[in-house]
Design a protein around this ligand. Structure first.
Ligand SMILES: NC(=O)c1ccc[n+]([C@@H]2O[C@H](COP(=O)([O-])OP(=O)(O)OC[C@H]3O[C@@H](n4cnc5c(N)ncnc54)[C@H](OP(=O)(O)O)[C@@H]3O)[C@@H](O)[C@H]2O)c1
Length: 216
């Protein structure tokens, strides 16, 4: 497999597994990274030879693109553990959200308005090309989303225009109509703030098959 068709995913939860399976289906080789690779043995057997599992550092080293899909509260610690050098020059698709569930559902944010996890990830990885991506949609709809209302666009932001084009090419392959690019990585403040709204909309409309879009 050509290195450009390799994607590492730091994470082992619903997002990592949905994207791992979906990317493999679309012809990528994928490595998930977790502190406990054993727990994904059954999953890798089921999904097939395009997916493999290693440590978070193994996933970061795997290819030119790394997806960050860990619990929001742990994201900065996980990056510290791997070290920024592993991400230098790479496209990093940041799917994380700093959700605050300390008061139960629906969530708030641990921080926001003047900072975001997207910005914190970019600050931790100054030589990486970070694009906020995948954070505004539920994991079952991340790949081949097939919304009843028709094609949808992925919300993205990031400082590097080339990185956002690469992100768009990937999400188009995964069945999205394209991206809605809302600016530099500081716009992650507002893409992360969409998520508590997305949860409230899901509770109000009794669905988890939705995505927030601009209609005109
Ligand atoms: N679930 C969704 O539908 C959805 C949609 C959009 C965005 N997101 C965001 O995507 C991210 C992943 O969500 P998820 O639902 O797949 O998984 P999650 O349950 O939020 O997180 C699971 C991952 O976080 C890591 N983790 C948890 N606590 C840790 C700690 N103390 N230290 C190091 N690693 C830790 C785990 O690593 P180990 O394997 O090493 O334990 C695992 O890979 C989150 O930020 C979430 O807000 C979720």
């Amino acid at each position: 497999m050509a290195p450009e068709r390799r994607i590492g995913i730091v994470g082992s939860g619903d997002v990592a597994k949905a994207l791992g399976r979906g990317l493999a289906t679309h012809g990528y080789d994928v490595k998930l990274g977790t502190r406990d690779p054993k727990k994904l043995e059954g999953w890798t057997r089921e999904v097939g030879p395009r997916v493999s599992v290693g440590s978070p550092a193994d996933a970061a080293a795997y290819g030119p693109c790394v997806i960050l899909a860990v619990h929001g509260d742990a994201a900065e610690r996980v990056l510290d553990g791997i070290g920024p050098a592993a991400f230098a020059g790479k496209l990093v698709l940041d799917a994380t959200n700093p959700l605050d569930l300390s008061h139960g559902m629906p969530p708030g944010l641990l921080f926001g308005v003047t900072d975001s996890l997207g910005e914190r990830v970019q600050r931790k990885l100054p030589q990486a090309r970070v694009v906020k991506c995948f954070n505004t949609v539920g994991s079952p709809k991340m790949v081949d989303p097939n919304f009843a209302a028709g094609p949808a666009r992925m919300w993205v932001c990031g400082n590097d225009a080339g990185a956002k084009h690469e992100a768009e090419a990937i999400v188009r392959e995964l069945g999205w109509a394209g991206v809605t690019d809302v600016g530099g990585i500081e716009a992650a403040r507002w893409l992360e703030a969409l998520v508590p709204l997305w949860v409230r909309a899901g509770l109000a409309l009794n669905t988890w098959e939705h995505v927030l879009q601009v209609v005109r």
